[in-house]
Design a protein around this ligand. Structure first.
Ligand SMILES: *Cc1c(COP(=O)(O)O)cnc(C)c1O
Length: 350
């Protein structure tokens, strides 16, 4: 078969991305980390923002530690950052993972004695070690930190992960004390405990390296961070069709919206398949030129209908932007700020 070079036209939906806001958020979190440096969690395609546009901006800002979850996520980061600055949180789940880490020089995060032995058997080298201090999810149980085989590990970052950092939970201090105990017991180059919210808990939680994720991308996990963090992404879509709906007519699937009077409406190229989920039905808002444009009726798979009554200047081909400031969007939809970002689909131009 002959491979043709097709000139695919640009999509009618795009994810507006503000690199200055991302840079400013990283710098604010780095500063808030005190004597610790801020790294960056860039797993899940940079929380849906697009890892290939996120990592170069963070790297240029001075970030030198990048965390992904899966081995498949390493390749995109490797194009912009040194192998030794990349950590894979899931660790070596099999021999192929360990061999891959050795071949490209990225660090596995060791999560169990079995992973430690697997890594050492593959030849070992610099790695990180995750100790579970309360999550009971992934990581070496506290009871095993004295095990002999750990002594052979060359631990760069010794880390643990907070369960409830976004809340004023008693678990925060408990985990902090346990992590300090772990740090005293195991030789390591750098220590790390705090995610975004943990950074705001104070210097006892900082160690040498912090690992913000959500706040880099505009999430506000704790109220004291509100003034520091700027929105980074803006879902935008083009108006494909404009029509006037007569009084008493309905809009969209299941006729959940009835026009109280004749009104001008627009259909935009964004739907739940793009991550603009059905929970926005009748609740979402778009804007253009300072005018608010409410969502009418149900969100469809590939389309949403908005009220253009107050925007007579808007026409087919014009772009509108979703109100998608994460704390507010979370309050409106009940989705977490993390979900709001990571559901954003693959059809967005990034
Ligand atoms: C995802 C993740 C982070 C980042 O957490 P945020 O709450 O998004 O700041 C930090 N550490 C680990 C181990 C993670 O899995």
């Amino acid at each position: 078969m002959v491979t043709m070079r097709l000139d695919v036209p640009p999509p009618a939906l795009r994810l507006g991305f503000d690199p200055d806001a991302l840079r400013s958020n990283w710098q604010a979190l780095d500063k808030l980390s005190g004597r610790a440096r801020a790294g960056a969690a860039v797993k899940a395609d940079g929380y849906g923002v697009g890892v290939r546009q996120v990592v170069p901006v963070l790297h240029a800002a001075g970030c030198r530690d990048f965390f992904v979850a899966h081995w498949s996520e390493v390749v995109d980061v490797l194009d912009f950052a040194a192998p030794g600055s990349i950590s894979v949180l899931h660790g070596p789940l099999g021999d192929a993972d360990a061999a891959f880490a050795r071949a490209c020089g990225v660090k596995p995060v060791i999560n169990s004695l079995e992973q430690a032995r697997r890594w050492l058997a593959a030849g070992g080298g610099r790695c990180d070690l995750m100790v579970d201090t309360a999550m009971n999810r992934l990581g070496l149980p506290m009871a095993q930190i004295g095990e002999e085989c750990l002594k052979a590990l060359e631990i760069d970052v010794l880390l643990s992960h907070l369960v409830s950092a976004e809340e004023d939970s008693a678990l925060n201090a408990v985990q902090c004390a346990r992590w300090q105990e772990v740090c005293a017991a195991l030789p390591h180059a750098r220590s790390s405990l705090a995610n975004s919210a943990g950074i705001a808990l104070g210097s006892a939680f900082h160690g040498d390296l912090t690992r913000p994720g959500i706040a880099l991308y505009g999430g506000v996990p704790r109220p004291e961070m509100a003034g520091l963090i700027r929105p980074v992404v803006h879902p935008q879509a083009a108006i494909m069709q404009v029509r006037t709906v007569a009084a008493g007519e309905t809009v969209g699937y299941n006729a959940t919206f009835t026009a109280p009077a004749a009104m001008r409406v627009g259909t935009i190229a964004l739907g739940y398949a793009d991550g603009y989920l059905r929970c926005w039905s009748g609740k979402g808002r778009f804007h253009a030129g300072g005018v608010e444009l409410p969502v009418l009726g149900r969100i469809s798979m590939d389309m949403t209908v908005i009220d253009l009554s107050r925007a007579p200047h808007l026409n087919e081909g014009d772009w509108v932007t979703a109100n998608y400031t994460l704390p507010e969007a979370s309050a409106v939809t009940g989705l977490s700020q993390y979900e709001l970002l990571t559901v954003l689909g693959r059809r967005f131009g990034r």
